[in-house]
Design a protein around this ligand. Structure first.
Ligand SMILES: [Zn+2]
Length: 92
């Protein structure tokens, strides 16, 4: 049994995808600073249901369940929307 730990699996997935998309060639003209990156992640997380777990084992189960093309497509759409709205008003 691993140590109990509070994790939002949605946050982990969203943050990984935001980094991936933001650093892809499609978005090279957008600001890549940490402020904008986290602003985008926060925007997306406010739109999606959270998936909290309290152990690494549960995290792995939920992660594998969420890693499907339907869910990833929904998340990607929200991320693209957030990249554009943060890009318009970076707030720095
Ligand atoms: Zn920035």
């Amino acid at each position: 049994m691993s140590q109990p730990k509070l994790l939002n699996v949605t946050e982990e997935i969203v943050h990984g995808l935001v980094r991936f998309l933001l650093f892809s060639s499609d978005y090279q003209t957008f600001c890549h600073c940490e402020h904008c990156e986290l602003n985008i992640v926060a925007n997306v997380l406010n739109k999606l249901p959270s998936n909290y777990v309290s152990s690494i084992q549960e995290r792995n189960d939920v992660y594998n369940k969420l890693k499907n093309s339907i869910y990833i497509n929904i998340v990607n759409k929200e991320i693209i929307h957030a990249i554009h709205s943060v890009g318009k008003e970076p707030g720095h």
